[in-house]
Design a protein around this ligand. Structure first.
Ligand code: MG
Ligand code: ZN
Length: 376
């Protein structure tokens, strides 16, 4: 054996011995039959929650932002994505009332129910529970603010069409900031009550003509914007930046609360475009929502303390990006129903706790996951 070869074998043997030794040290002291568990990482709880509901939005609606908008979709910024099953207690295909009540209260209820269970008993909502714990709270919608989705976070009525009762509930609710349509349910009511003056008595600054996203706000006051009798105009009819401005002002006001805030932002009319089987209407609303989503994610990224959850109550229209008569280079947005569908809808999450929202689960689990994260 040459000296070189002996030295090589000696060094190699030493290396093997050494590595065996180090390996043994790292695997002890646990007995081999006990499975190794990775060290538990302490989960950071979010301070603020922004829940964005794109009413009636399935995968095809979201995909339309990829094909019909010149800018990259803000949905692409999420790393944690899940799917929810949306059936209600009464129907395989949910409506927005039962859908939003499942998010707000963590229960399956009947179609049409606002914040009540199948026995029509009021169930506490996440907004109310967090308000009790000192959070500032807000609801924003492009529909009437008394419509099914926003209402399910602050009202408890048997049926979604009771918008006058819902307006009264909002007036005396724990909501600190709201913006949307529905003025007539406050100032032109069948019972002649003037809820605008009641809102003022209850500490609200109410505006009925415009929203200025940079207006100064006082954390000791509450703010309400009721900018039309029905829904806010469609994007294709020149709505402009309402959803953006309301969300921007809402966040800057609510973020003054030291305990944190809960804000629900709804793109209400994506659903209405689906019901109308009007692709231009739907896509206009979808792009508007996507732009606002981008601003919300910018805030959350800077803040580092905000969990953003983006989802839908259900899909509307059986919408699909089909080919135009077999031409695979041309998309013809198509519908299969003027109602809702039973398809699962995606959930996107960003911020502390976002990883909890991956997987396939029931719509009611969103409420449960938020509460678990906040240790409530
Ligand atoms: Mg809605
Ligand atoms: Zn609908």
């Amino acid at each position: 054996m040459s000296t070189f070869r002996f030295q090589f074998i000696a060094i190699a043997s030493l290396c093997i011995l050494f590595s065996c030794a180090t390996k043994e040290i790292t695997t002890t002291p646990q007995s081999p039959s006990v499975p190794q568990t990775p060290p538990v990482k302490k989960k950071k709880a979010p301070k603020n929650i922004i829940m964005m509901i794109a009413d009636g939005t399935g995968i095809s609606q979201i995909s339309s932002t990829q094909f019909y908008h010149s800018k990259p979709s803000n949905y692409e910024r999420f790393k944690h994505i899940g799917l929810i099953k949306t059936s209600s207690a009464s129907d395989l295909i949910t409506d927005s009332a039962a859908g939003a009540t499942s998010f707000a209260s963590g229960i399956k209820t009947y179609n049409g129910a606002i914040g009540v269970n199948t026995d029509t008993i009021a169930t506490p909502t996440i907004l109310e529970e967090l308000s009790e714990r000192g959070y500032a709270t807000g609801v924003i919608a492009t529909s009437t603010i008394t419509h099914a989705t926003p209402a399910s976070f602050y009202a408890h009525v048997k049926y979604r069409k009771m918008e006058e009762e819902i307006a009264e509930a909002l007036t005396y609710s724990s909501v600190d900031f709201f913006a949307g349509g529905g003025l007539k349910f406050f100032n032109n009511r069948s019972d002649q009550k003037d809820l605008l003056s009641d809102l003022t008595k209850n500490g609200f600054d109410v505006a009925t003509s415009a929203i200025n996203p940079t207006m100064p706000t006082d954390p000791n006051k509450k703010y309400g914007f009721l900018l039309s009798d029905g829904g806010i105009p469609k994007m294709i009819d020149g709505r402009g930046s309402f959803l953006h401005d309301a969300t921007s002002l809402g966040i800057s006001y609510l973020n003054k609360d030291k305990d944190g805030f809960f804000l629900m932002v709804e793109g209400s009319q994506i659903d209405w475009g689906g019901h109308a089987n009007d692709a231009d209407y739907l896509i206009g609303e979808m792009i508007d929502f996507d732009v606002v989503l981008g601003k919300v994610l910018d805030f959350a990224k800077k803040d580092q303390n905000t969990l953003v959850i983006v989802t839908a109550d259900h899909e509307t229209g059986g919408f699909t990006l089909a080919s135009d008569e077999g031409n695979y280079n041309k998309i013809k947005p198509s519908f299969s129903t003027d109602g809702h569908s039973a398809t699962m809808v995606p959930v996107f999450a960003y911020g502390p706790g976002a990883e909890d929202f991956s997987g396939i689960y029931e719509n009611t689990d969103i409420y449960k996951k938020i509460k678990a994260l906040l240790k409530l």
